[in-house]
Design a protein around this ligand. Structure first.
Ligand code: A3D
Length: 321
């Protein structure tokens, strides 16, 4: 039996961490692709030279030639450019859409059976475009955002309550950005509602609401908080770990329910768009979207998020993609 082959398109900050995590966890052989000569080769040589120390036998190689991703089982895409000073949102969308179009054409040619996880921003536009250009089945093209946003929310809850983050379940739905929807009602610590624990802690329900509102706000702004500190780029360890959780659920057919940017066919009242929702991830990719009832406030927040998604998709149409 051959090992899984995992292609990483984009060998920048996230791509490098992905390559290391896949190697150390022995999820499969890694091919790291980037257009910059030497970058993927240098990063993978560095990773593989620690194979004796970390104890892995996976093949890890870097390339500037798409032929080397031939027959990959999983493809994770981080290719793209960040916004530069003076660049409008449309300029960035145009640049990254051109990149994603060429990525999709090449993945279609060399890895036509792969399951594809997109991380490049703007996420919904990029995942939508990848699917459109590749023509891959919707269940095999998904985006990573919600696993990271949910992990951030869970981290803040664990700090606030002084409990292990392993016992915190918190889910963020919708788009990746200001309109994301942290589902407060279902946030719990081993089944105990977080709001109840906050009310006990402060013995004051309005204070508990205030504390939760601050955590929700921090979750929504968490990407920007990291950018402000780093100054030279955006978060890369946590997005890589999040995509690995999705890839693991697919590779091992775990059927975990993870917040996934998945294509909707009427679920949550949405038809024909990619939106962040809880989905079962298994060996065929997105196996099921887990629908559940939202209260009026959650529904309004999700609708707002879906409107932002529709705006992005319309922008891409307007720009000719
Ligand atoms: P960065 O370190 O700039 O890496 C991007 C890489 O893409 C660079 O090495 C480029 O050389 C490469 N690249 C450019 N054009 C092409 C091309 N045509 N083909 C292949 N590779 C190309 O960025 P990063 O790794 O920090 O972030 C990657 C992407 O993820 C960006 O779009 C970020 O905005 C996005 N991101 C998403 C999340 C989510 O949770 C959705 C979080 C953080 C970052």
């Amino acid at each position: 039996m051959r090992r899984n082959k995992i292609a990483l398109i984009g060998g920048g900050q996230i791509g490098g961490v992905l390559a290391q995590l896949i190697s150390v966890r022995q999820l499969g052989d890694v091919v790291l692709f980037d257009i910059v000569e030497g970058l993927p080769q240098g990063k993978t040589l560095d990773i593989v030279e620690a194979s004796r120390v970390d104890g892995f036998d996976a093949k890890v190689s870097g390339t500037n030639d798409y032929k080397d991703i031939q027959d990959s089982d999983i493809v994770i895409i981080t290719a793209g450019l960040p916004r530069k000073p003076g660049m409008s949102r449309d300029d960035l969308l145009t640049v990254n859409a051109k990149i994603m179009k060429s990525v999709a054409e090449n993945v279609k040619q060399y890895a036509p059976n792969a399951i594809v996880i997109v991380i490049s921003n703007p996420l919904v536009a990029m995942v939508t475009l990848f699917q459109k250009v590749s023509g891959f089945p919707f269940n095999k093209v998904l985006g990573q955002a919600g696993v990271l946003d949910s992990s951030r929310f869970a981290t803040f809850i664990s700090w606030e309550l002084g409990v292990s983050v392993k016992d915190v379940n918190a889910m963020v739905l919708g788009g990746h950005g200001d309109t994301m929807v942290p589902i407060v009602r279902y946030a719990n610590v081993n089944g105990i509602p977080v709001m109840e624990l906050l009310e006990k802690k402060y013995n004051d329900s309005s204070k508990a609401k205030e504390v939760m509102a601050a955590m929700v706000k921090r979750t929504k702004m968490a990407g920007g908080e990291v950018v402000e500190l780093l100054k030279t780029g955006s978060a890369f360890y946590s997005p890589a770990s999040s995509a690995i959780a999705m890839a693991e659920s697919i590779i091992y057919d775990e059927k975990r329910i993870l917040p996934t940017c998945a294509y909707l066919n009427g679920e949550f009242g949405v038809n024909g768009y990619y939106v962040g929702v809880p989905a079962v991830l298994g060996s065929s990719g997105v196996e099921k979207v887990m629908e559940f009832s939202l209260d009026a406030e959650e529904k309004a927040a999700l609708d707002n998020s879906v409107n932002a998604v529709k705006g992005l998709v319309a922008d891409m149409d307007r720009l000719g993609f």
